[in-house]
Write a protein that binds this ligand. Structure first.
Ligand SMILES: Cc1ncc(COP(=O)(O)O)c(C=O)c1O
Length: 252
């Protein structure tokens, strides 16, 4: 499974999935590839100590293109990239178009096309992330995703779930509710406020895992402190012990 798409590969991937979108996204992706950070613009004999193309930030024209995709006004610029993050205009327009479509004709015949559109979207998202479509579930938001995982993992009374005390509430509250209803145990892990190294973030979780631990549920980047957990290392430690790992990547 391939992971870690960069912002540029993400936008390029949007172009691949743009069959479902108006042309603006294809233009945006083309612009991203055209920026001076493109490897094609890198001199063949560039000295080693200079930043490589991949490290160079996109230029102003690129960001103007990104800005043009959003409808918000200059005097009210949203700084929250989470729950009320505005959609790009192309997405909002498409949602409106399809909502009107189903409102005009909600017959089974008309609805049938949505299955194809959903599968097409799933395929586009999967291609963008470098995974297969059956690894992707399209949900309405991260809260729903966290709760789908929470309700889907089979657990018995006495089983333990290890969580980070900085997980988003939509992750942690769901485990607390399940513990209260079904007798599982939730262990909350704290990490140092100013961790000196990634290891300082790994050790407290490693110490909390026991033979009864069935799930390690994490938020990748805390929306409280901004701390980013070394989730790859933590997942390896948990998986070696047969523990299911759930990572909320809403802020990643
Ligand atoms: C880490 C994290 N997880 C989940 C959520 C909830 O996201 P959503 O609004 O998509 O349900 C947020 C929202 O801020 C978040 O920061």
């Amino acid at each position: 499974m391939k992971r870690d798409p960069t912002r540029r590969s993400f936008l390029t991937g949007m172009a691949a999935g743009a069959a479902l979108m108006p042309r603006t996204l294809s233009g945006l992706a083309a612009e991203a590839n055209r920026s001076p950070a493109s490897p094609a613009d890198q001199p063949a004999n560039a000295p080693d100590h200079l930043p490589t193309a991949a490290m160079m930030p996109p230029d102003e024209a690129y960001w103007q293109q990104v800005r043009a995709q959003f409808s918000f006004r200059e005097e009210r610029v949203p700084m929250n990239a989470a729950n009320l993050c505005p959609s790009p205009r192309a997405v909002a327009d498409r949602v409106e178009e399809l909502t009107r479509d189903i409102d005009r004709d909600c017959s089974f015949n008309n609805r049938a096309k949505f299955r194809g559109l959903t599968e097409e979207s799933r395929g586009a998202v999967a291609a963008q992330l470098g995974v297969s479509a059956d690894e992707i579930a399209l949900v309405r938001n991260t809260s729903e995703a966290n709760n789908a995982i929470n309700n889907g993992v089979p657990l018995r009374p006495g089983d333990e779930v290890v969580i980070w005390d900085q997980n988003h509430p939509t992750n942690n509250v769901a485990w607390d509710v399940r513990a209260a209803r079904f007798g599982i145990t939730v262990r909350r892990v704290s990490v140092p406020r100013h961790p000196a190294s990634p290891q300082a973030l790994i050790d407290p979780f490693a110490a909390a895992l026991t033979d009864r631990t069935r799930v390690l549920a994490l938020t990748h980047v805390s929306n409280v402190s901004g701390i980013r957990l070394p989730v790859r290392e933590l997942a390896e430690i948990a998986r070696e012990r047969g523990i299911h790992v759930h990572v909320d990547g809403a802020q990643s």
